[in-house]
Write a protein that binds this ligand. Structure first.
Ligand SMILES: Cc1ncc(COP(=O)(O)O)c(C=O)c1O
Length: 444
């Protein structure tokens, strides 16, 4: 597959122009990648009005993903805002409603705050972690059946940070029966398209979704895709660029764009085979870990999420053991640790991970469970919250106060209590359990 952005940039470097244009480094090395870091010079196209090399590269990506694919140089965060904007275009009511899984990423919350819609949370009280939210088709159907106001769209996160996936096909069927869009935050699942049988949300019936290419494909941080299903192509495709430009920088990184472009060739040339073979090795490793007494969480092929509490460790302590063995984890909390793998780690990486796990001795399980919490009462909308001054106080003193925007840490950037909600005792207990001593609340 051709790589028009990459080729243009390389040729421009060879042609040795005097760079009388931005950026200010003029291609001279300070960290090493400056020569490839160009701007919208003649012939380089322009991301939000693409008609040249960027459009051609996006068409290549569209062919690979089998839908209508657009680049983001600012992650899925930008795509999420654009997705919500597009979905809201469907509504003609003043305060449109969205249904969303309660484990929505912070970028969804910023989108809601900026665009000003109502959110009804789909919540799974039984979920062992606030980072996950198992939404069944039945639960969604009940919510839609009983809705006082029909939502424009349902936003769900799949896979989640811990590697759990939802039954997107079943959720899409329900949504479509009710004439509602299904939008999927597939930030962690770009590679799902390339499994022997695709598990990509668009192939399973989602109308719109975003993938952080940089999370699971060999793409620089910031590279992401916004995908539009063929069923809503006519409605959305010609509005995507405007939607992205509403929230994105006018100087998207060409390093990131050229990385997305180069990934097309990588994906087209033997990636499916190398992914399948790597996943087989990961499955073998998972089996060995289970045999050694580890409990694993989730069904996402490229994540290893360990229930460290069952093995006798907090996720933080277990992560330290891995770090001492030269393995850096993606995420840890009180009860688990998450490793994100790709075929770039090769057999050697998997062997080192196996060795690190085998160096940790099993202990008596930690039986303390994460406290369940009841959904707090909403008293202010997110749009109102971001305009209010806030202050930081101790979690113990926060009961009865209204949470400010964004109390969670990143990762996973999922909030236990969402801005504008009144903090109750169960939420305060959950915050303490997850290690939050302080919280921002609205100044009264
Ligand atoms: C579930 C989820 N959605 C969205 C995002 C935002 O993705 P990005 O970092 O590509 O902006 C993240 C980032 O970690 C995430 O974990």
């Amino acid at each position: 597959m051709k790589t028009p952005i990459r080729d243009f940039i390389k040729k421009y470097g060879r042609d040795n122009f005097v760079r009388a244009h931005m950026p200010g480094h003029k291609g001279k090395e300070l960290i090493g990648c400056e020569s490839d870091d160009i701007t919208e010079i003649s012939g380089a196209d322009s991301l939000y009005e693409a008609s040249g090399i960027i459009a051609e590269s996006e068409q290549n990506a569209s062919a690979l993903f089998g839908c209508n694919t657009f680049y983001s140089a600012e992650g899925s965060s930008l795509c999420m805002r654009a997705m919500l904007y597009l979905c809201l275009l469907r509504s003609n009511c003043e305060k449109p409603r969205i249904f969303a899984g309660r484990n929505a990423h912070r970028s969804f919350l910023t989108a809601v705050a900026l665009l000003g819609c109502d959110v009804e949370w789909l919540y799974d009280e039984k979920s062992p972690s606030y980072v996950s939210c198992d939404i069944s088709a039945e639960q969604l159907e009940n919510a839609l059946k009983n809705a006082t106001q029909k939502p424009v769209a349902v936003f769900v996160t799949s896979p989640d940070y811990l590697g759990n996936t939802l039954d997107i096909k079943a959720l899409a069927d329900v949504c479509h029966r009710y004439g509602v869009l299904l939008a999927v935050d597939n930030a962690h699942g770009a590679y799902l398209k390339f499994l022997p049988e695709s598990r990509h949300p668009i192939d399973l019936g989602a109308d719109i979704c975003c993938d952080s290419a940089h999370k699971t494909l060999p793409v620089l941080t910031g590279g992401a895709y916004l995908h539009i299903a063929d069923s809503v192509k006519d409605e959305f495709s010609d509005k995507v660029k405007f939607a992205m430009s509403l929230f994105g920088s006018t100087s998207p990184s060409y390093l990131v764009l050229s990385s997305l472009d180069a990934a097309n060739a990588y994906l087209a040339d033997g990636y499916r085979e190398s992914l399948a073979s790597f996943i087989k090795s990961v499955c073998e490793l998972k089996t060995k870990l289970i045999t050694a007494g580890y409990s694993l969480i989730g069904d996402e092929p490229l994540k290893i999420t360990v229930d460290t509490a069952a093995y006798g460790y907090s996720g933080y302590d277990f992560a330290k053991c891995l770090n001492e063995q030269g393995v850096m984890h993606e995420y840890a909390d009180r009860s688990c640790v998450v490793l994100m793998l790709t075929e770039q780690l090769k057999t050697d990486g998997l062997l080192r991970i196996e060795k690190a796990f085998s160096s940790v001795e099993k202990r008596a399980p930690i039986t303390e469970k994460a406290p369940r919490f009841s959904l707090p009462k909403k008293v202010l909308s997110l749009s109102e919250v971001i305009k209010k001054p806030s202050k930081t106080i101790k979690v113990e003193e926060s009961i009865g106060k209204v949470a400010a925007f964004g109390v969670a840490s990143c990762p996973p950037a999922v909030d236990i209590v969402i801005g504008g909600e009144k903090i109750n005792k169960s939420v305060a207990d959950a915050l303490k359990y997850y290690g939050f001593d302080n919280i921002s609340v609205i100044e009264q």
